[in-house]
Design a protein around this ligand. Structure first.
Ligand code: SAH
Length: 268
């Protein structure tokens, strides 16, 4: 069973004992890659105590400052939250989450992202994710302990992989990237960092075109991010889109805009 391309990301965990319990849950289920975004206290004796025999996983944990860094090289990012949001992203249940993660074998990279004990993931953080997983618990008390939530999703991954041994391994040459009908895709998927760079470029051009007016604080860029994440662009598509933006910038610089609308040259 190969979960080497699936990382568990814990964002700003306050109780380091929870990090230890999450590590233990991961090791029980065969996952090994833990990424910590700004843990409140690290390294931590509480984490070591709660990890029991999974201490090695704490030792190899990667600590970063931002969620962007934690998922920069990922092709699919799956966020977890007990709460539904007013601007939703595609929702998965835990089994669908396992199916999605395991449809992306190495070398593609997958992140499962978990939020803070008190406040979970912010809307902006969840909007960096392609999918939102909700564990269907008692609606009158829907917030699980962080490590319990990690356990549920890691268990689903293991269960899914155990019942479908044919899933692994997939030849790396196809990048494991399949169309819904089972056919192979011809390009590698874009990473989160490549999409980020495209969206930064797009925002700059839309501001120059006066289409995007940041001072109005409309969620335009959030909606565009959601649109592009839903499409799960490949590297070639991102590169074409970047090329179109560059051509737009060059035309702006050369003063080719605004272009006269030929239908406006009226003879009336
Ligand atoms: N009070 C917070 C919940 C924090 S629980 C809130 O309202 O968002 C800590 C983390 O565990 C969450 O950020 C999420 O990553 C995970 N979690 C807890 N319950 C969950 C559920 N029912 N479905 C999915 N993830 C859950």
């Amino acid at each position: 069973m190969n979960f080497s391309n699936i990382r568990i990301v814990l964002v700003e965990t306050s109780h380091s004992g929870n990090i230890g319990s999450a590590a233990r849950a991961m090791m029980n289920m065969g996952l090994t890659r833990l990424v910590l975004v700004k843990p409140r206290q690290w390294p931590s004796q509480d984490a070591i105590s709660m990890a029991v025999s999974a201490v090695s996983l704490l030792e190899t944990a990667v600590v970063v400052d931002t969620l962007e860094e934690a998922v920069a090289d990922c092709h699919v990012v799956i966020g977890t939250s007990a709460r539904l949001r007013t601007m939703p992203i595609p929702l998965l249940d835990p089994e669908q989450c396992a199916a999605k993660a395991l449809s992306m074998p190495p070398p593609q990279q997958v992140a499962l992202v978990f939020g803070r004990e008190i406040s979970g993931l912010t809307n902006a953080e969840l909007h960096r994710c392609h999918y939102h997983v909700h564990i269907p618990v008692n609606p009158d008390y829907s917030s699980l302990n962080l490590a319990a939530a990690v356990m549920v999703l890691c268990y689903e991954l293991r269960k899914y992989a155990l019942t479908r041994p044919q899933l692994l391994p997939v030849p790396a040459t196809l990048h494991g990237n399949k169309l819904d009908d089972g056919g192979a895709w011809d390009q590698e998927p874009a990473t989160a960092e490549e999409l980020d760079r495209y969206l930064t470029h797009l925002e700059a051009v839309l501001i120059r075109l006066d289409f995007h007016k940041p001072q109005y604080k409309r969620p335009l860029m959030l909606r565009l991010r959601r649109l592009y994440q839903r499409l799960q662009l490949d590297k070639m598509e991102v590169s074409i889109l970047r090329g179109m933006l560059t051509a737009t910038e060059q035309a702006l610089r050369a003063g080719k805009f605004p272009v006269e609308n030929p239908t406006n040259t009226s003879d009336s």
